[in-house]
Design a binder for this molecule. Sequence first.
Ligand SMILES: Cc1ncc(COP(=O)(O)O)c(C=O)c1O
Length: 485
Amino acid sequence: VSALNLPSSHLYEKLAGEVAGQIQSGVFRPGDRLPSVRHISRQKQLSISTVLQAYQTLEDRGVIEARPQSGYYVRYQRQASAALSEPRASTRGLKPEAVNLGDLTRRVLDDASQPGLVQFGAALPAAELLPGVRLNNLLARQARSGRVLPHQMGTAQGCPELRIQAARRAFLAGASLDPDGLIVTNGCTEALHLALRAVCSPGDLVAIESPTYFGILQVLESLGLHALEIPCHPRQGMRLDILQSCLERFTVRAVVAVTNFSNPLGCCMPDEHKHQMVEMLSRLQIPLIEDDIYGELAFGERRPLVARSFDLNGNVILCCSFSKSLALGFRVGWMDAGRWTEEVKRLKIATSLFSPLLPQLALAEFLETGGYDHALRRMRRTYAMRTAQMGASVLRHFPAGTRVSSPDGGFVIWVQLPEEVDSLDLYKEGLSSGITLAPGYLFAPGARYRHYIRLNAAIMSIETEWAVQRLGMLAGKLMSRQENR
Ligand SMILES: Cc1ncc(COP(=O)(O)O)c(C=O)c1O
């Protein structure tokens, strides 16, 4: 039947069904732009209004979205079944604890630099999505220009050009920052270090997310600070009700939170929760140290706000970095230390004087001349797909009872194994098969997550499916070994 002979209500329904089918079969993926209304109208000999109606129908159903002056795009969707298999949050045994990760972190990071291993261990971004060659060329160009020479001294705050670019990025996350107040650091790690040193003294108690990124635990450990775990909701991040009751019971000196796409859960604190948290902590005069390293890697349409955007009195210290989205090896991060800015500048000088200048200039030029947003769009789309694929693959190959996070951004997944499987045993078995992973012991001060693992989904290759299958088989073996004891 020629499309032209059908009544127009059928025509647009038919077209909507066709487009939905193409999305379902992966021809158009989340974030992809659909063919323009005009293009489809010409190609299928349908009126503009029929095509528009088809697109609007899909928009009403939440399958696609219109972007002003740009067209229609496939929406990122959380799978309806995802919530059923998410790891559960634990709320038991919350008490202050000293941190002692031993040398496990170093071992996991050492594995990450070994060639030939399947890299599920460290949270490394996918090289093919980063503008590595361009950045190297810019670095070389800056070096050739002679603008900065090896003997030259930099300032503790870092290059003004980069600070302006950082402030522009922060503006897109809702925060109006003064570039003169920003401090360039050696990655987010140094920013977190400086922030905690500025607001705490050895022996103090710091509230952290549970599970949390092991680098935060390492900083606590190195500064002699104690940790108080606040459980995270698998999609909304730190539980504010529990935080509030803990703040009433314990003397907490600071709160550290990865508000947007936490590591390892990949969850994003809703903006209204950020607002509430900022108000609660400001009232109690407890500083919030916000780590926003994954904020730009949102799978959804909107880049979430930073908690710093709700801060009225400099009580939030914002720590960021380009490690995940541009150049891990450049070691360039930055921070806005709010009312601790002068103290942090002093600490920066005492710690490392200033950060290397050439990488800062190369990054500033890259950010100024464009291409970053384009690269980000590709990363966001690809990581949405890869985390979903890896999650599905884990559920296919791991023993029954395994649960997997469904991140909204970033590129890691968090896997809850059956109780019988110890993540350290699986780490060792995986390594002897050439596969690395991050055992759950790294993500809390105690052994709360002994049967969890974190997998990096960013780096995909032809080996990925095999490696997940192999890990699943090893987990199954460990499980039956335990059951037969
Ligand atoms: C949440 C979080 N913060 C900070 C870092 C470290 O950042 P950088 O490499 O910029 O020091 C990481 C790295 O994995 C991370 O996941």
